[in-house]
Design a protein around this ligand. Structure first.
Ligand code: CMC
Length: 429
């Protein structure tokens, strides 16, 4: 098999090396192309651009495969432990018993935020979007931990990871409490990660929220299935910000902002809006699908389609199963689940969606689970962010330690004015 590609431009030929990944993916290394030829490559949206080599997550979008450090995500369904997966992503293998105990203790020890940070929450209007609060508070957190700005070695990275992964959950719960005018609940050191989050969300000073194991497992699974997805928009943002040697807090705060958008993590909120619209009888599923196909409407079938998956999104498959299981356990008959099933059925038998290879993605069923747990819609993307944080940290680390880790700085094809002389204001119309 050839290990180089040849680009022919006019009568010039340029040899470019081919790189290959462990699963046989191949790419053309164009780093020297501009030096050799004066040419750059143009790829808006980076749909065909490899920005790095990465050993964290593998996706085969044609076959619907997603693996974290080699482990197929379906295998976590029987072992829904988000803390384990966080370690796996960041440090490269499942934690030993000693590592697991230590990391869990670090998460517990880091769960409280500085008491004075509570005042920051009061500074936001009650209706402030929780994603805005989350991003701002992650940056605020960095002010309390200057010792974690420059990370030297794995021990310090572990400390920073435990700090962020633990506190982001407290910040998210406090943002919810603030928006509902509820007393802040302190973390309970006896509770594991997901149960502790639900405690901070839903306990009252006089009434402790008791978390059923199946609810805790469902939340763990939601967090796990969001934990990493290689070079998606928010992770690429974290890597890009980190490439300037910005600290981990600043980079992850930027990741939250990128995730907020409705084409990315914010889609889970839009899916619920869509299902509610149909449920309230403002549109039938058939009418919604028709509108989503109409290019003039600007409406999309939310929770459908993906840049990489051109067959099933394996996360959606596990999430649908989890939603069905959880609702059966809770004895809840959520009409939105039936609407989602109906939309999926219509879309998957419609040539528009079939030809474009548009399938349900991670956001299509996750909201049904979160709703059943009692999490309000405006917190859905925050849950996505809590889940994605270990992935962001893993990528920040990888990018920071990589010998290829240069500052991210794409080029462009300039299409503006040619050189133009400055005209003084008194000579302009
Ligand atoms: N509904 C209707 N048409 C769609 C949809 C959709 N959900 N998604 C893509 N298309 C059409 C699109 O109009 C285009 O048609 P045409 O070729 O006729 O112009 C074609 O499919 C290709 O779409 P694209 O926008 O070029 O694809 P992309 O890879 O740039 O975008 C996407 C991927 C996920 C942004 C897009 O599918 C979308 O907007 N989906 C809805 C939002 C959503 O669910 N986002 C969550 C993504 S998964 C979780 C995450 O990453 O956070």
């Amino acid at each position: 098999m050839t290990d180089k590609a040849t680009l022919v431009v006019g009568d010039q030929r340029y040899d470019l090396p081919i790189v290959q990944g462990t699963e046989g993916e191949r790419g053309i290394d164009i780093r020297k192309l501009r030096d050799q030829s004066g040419l750059i490559t143009l790829d808006p949206g980076y749909g065909n651009t490899g920005s790095c080599r990465s050993a964290i997550t593998y996706i085969d979008g044609e076959r619907g495969i997603l693996r974290y450090r080699g482990i197929p995500i379906e295998q976590f369904e029987q072992h829904p432990n988000f803390v384990e997966v966080a370690w796996l992503l960041i440090f490269g293998n499942l934690p030993s018993r000693e590592e697991y105990a230590r990391f869990s203790a670090e998460l517990t020890g880091n769960a409280n935020i500085d008491e004075s940070m509570k005042h920051n929450f009061q500074g936001f209007p009650r209706a402030a979007p929780p994603m805005a609060i989350l991003s701002a508070m992650i940056n605020a957190l960095s002010c309390f931990h200057p010792e974690l700005h420059e990370l030297e070695g794995p021990d310090q990275l572990e400390a920073a990871a435990a700090n962020l992964i633990s506190k982001v959950r407290t910040i998210a719960a406090f943002a919810y409490r603030r928006s509902h005018g509820l007393a802040y609940m302190y973390p309970d050191p006896k509770l594991p990660y997901a149960a502790n989050f639900l405690h901070m969300m839903f306990s009252q000073p006089y009434n402790e929220y008791l978390c059923d194991d199946r609810v805790r497992d469902a939340l763990n699974l939601v967090l796990i299935l969001h934990a990493d997805h290689e070079q998606n928009c928010s992770t690429s943002t974290v890597r890009m910000v980190g490439s300037s040697k910005a600290n981990l807090f600043a980079s992850c705060a930027a990741g939250v902002c990128a995730l907020w958008g409705p084409l990315h993590g914010g889609a889970n909120v839009k899916v619920l809006d869509m299902l509610e619209t149909i449920h309230q009888g403002r549109m039938t599923p058939e009418e919604y699908v028709r509108l989503a196909k109409d290019k003039g409407s600007k409406v999309r079938l939310m929770g459908f389609g993906h840049r990489v998956y051109k067959s099933v999104d394996p996360r959606a498959v596990v999430l649908q199963r989890t939603a069905e299981r959880l609702l059966a356990f809770l004895g809840t008959d959520d009409p939105l689940l039936n609407i989602a099933r109906r939309l999926e059925e219509i879309a998957l038998s419609d040539s528009y969606f079939v030809e474009r290879k548009l399938y349900p993605n991670v956001d299509f069923y996750s909201g049904i689970i979160l709703r059943a747990i009692g999490i309000p819609t405006n917190m859905f993307t925050v849950i996505f962010a809590i889940g994605r944080l270990p992935g962001w940290i893993a990528h920040w680390r990888e990018q920071n330690e990589s010998p290829d880790g240069k500052i991210a700085r794409p080029r462009q094809i300039y299409t503006g004015n040619r050189e133009t002389a400055y005209k003084p204001r008194d000579q302009r119309g």
